[in-house]
Write a protein that binds this ligand. Sequence first.
Ligand SMILES: Nc1ncnc2c1ncn2[C@@H]1O[C@H](COP(=O)(O)OP(=O)(O)O)[C@@H](O)[C@H]1O
Ligand SMILES: [Mg+2]
Length: 420
Amino acid sequence: MASQAEPQARTRIAVQAVSKVFSDQPQKALAMLEAGETKDVILERLGTVVGLNRVSFDVAEGEILVVMGLSGSGKSTMLRCINRLVEPSAGAIVVDGTDVTRLNQKDLLEFRRHKFGMVFQHFALFPNRTIQGNVEYGLEIQNVPKAQRAEKALAAIEVVGLKGWEAKYPNQLSGGMQQRAGLARALAVDADILLMDEAFSALDPLIRRDMQGELRQLQRKLGKTIVFVSHDLDEAIALGGRIVLMKDGAIVQIGNPEEILLAPATDYVRRFVEHIDVSSVLTAERLADRGVAVLRAGHTAAEARLAIASCQQTSWYVTDEGGRLVGRATREQVERCTGTIGAVMEAGCDRVEASATLRQAFARLAANRDGVAVVDDRGHLIGTVTHRGAARALARDTAGTAAASAEEARHGLVHPKISA
Ligand SMILES: Nc1ncnc2c1ncn2[C@@H]1O[C@H](COP(=O)(O)OP(=O)(O)O)[C@@H](O)[C@H]1O
Ligand SMILES: [Mg+2]
């Protein structure tokens, strides 16, 4: 999986046991939540609506975290608690070291303006302002001087692909364009945490898909940290980051799309993900069998023969000293080799990028009987996707994944990789 949340990434937002109860007197309901009662039981006994039930998760620097769940599961309430548009009833929310729940009103306003950009489902543009006027709005509130305001607004308008439309009014733009304007408004204030609530849900499916792709690119380019609320699992998967799956105000599972698909935490999650086509989610990186033997271009014939002595295969990938995939050598080529492997191998070979989905790898798999090599973005060999591994993944048999391959390697079922 793309490393959206590498362990070393700094935590930007820590949501710690946050509960929200819609009541002037939340104590009873909170105590019932602590005792393990559900939202339904609390509503029935107290008539109190539970919005959030002890929710905890972290958002790392530069990740797109998707809060997902059916309507009414508490997503918007959760998002709004982060900048306290909704007051949490219990728990803490720490953003860049500041506990937002402890800020006084004045500090909160300041914090909100500088840390967060918000984008909603309904674009909430002012109809009587031009696109530029709308995008400048947040900067006006911050008392940014006029010239600088225009400069920042135009830069943001360009980033979202609306250059040339700045003097138009919202009703002159399509829904997709209006949403871009909404995004530009959030970007213009330089807030590097974006809170997006069903931001694309009102858009036509094709435009929506484009926007998802663009948001990913934008997020990478600008290094924004994004919390994205969506009721749509396909969208959550398309955005590529970790998913926080909610039900009845509580979290049922947190994980990347692959984990949620292949290892659903509950029956509820299993049913939720049933319709998803795993081949469009699983990546070559995840499926790569890392236990296969590899030859080096610099190997002498004797070294190579020793290395493959106990192998059943009929051909091997060849890498250079840096681990980059440079070719493939057959048993026959190794056997008639007199110099180095590099001189007898077949240079260049079919490959897929680590980030390719299984679906994208199918054509290459079909063309290669022994599976297909997986390389990282610098061309380093990571492993092989085999037909068996692909078929197992489609059967949602988690034994077909890389973790299981490592397990098999430990038990000697595949050949250990030759180290330099
Ligand atoms: N202001 C409010 N007063 C009472 N109940 C609310 C309020 N806002 C949300 N709720 C309730 O909280 C729960 C979660 O709502 P919400 O966060 O809007 O869900 P989602 O965004 O996942 O659709 C729902 O049961 C909803 O009815
Ligand atoms: Mg909502």
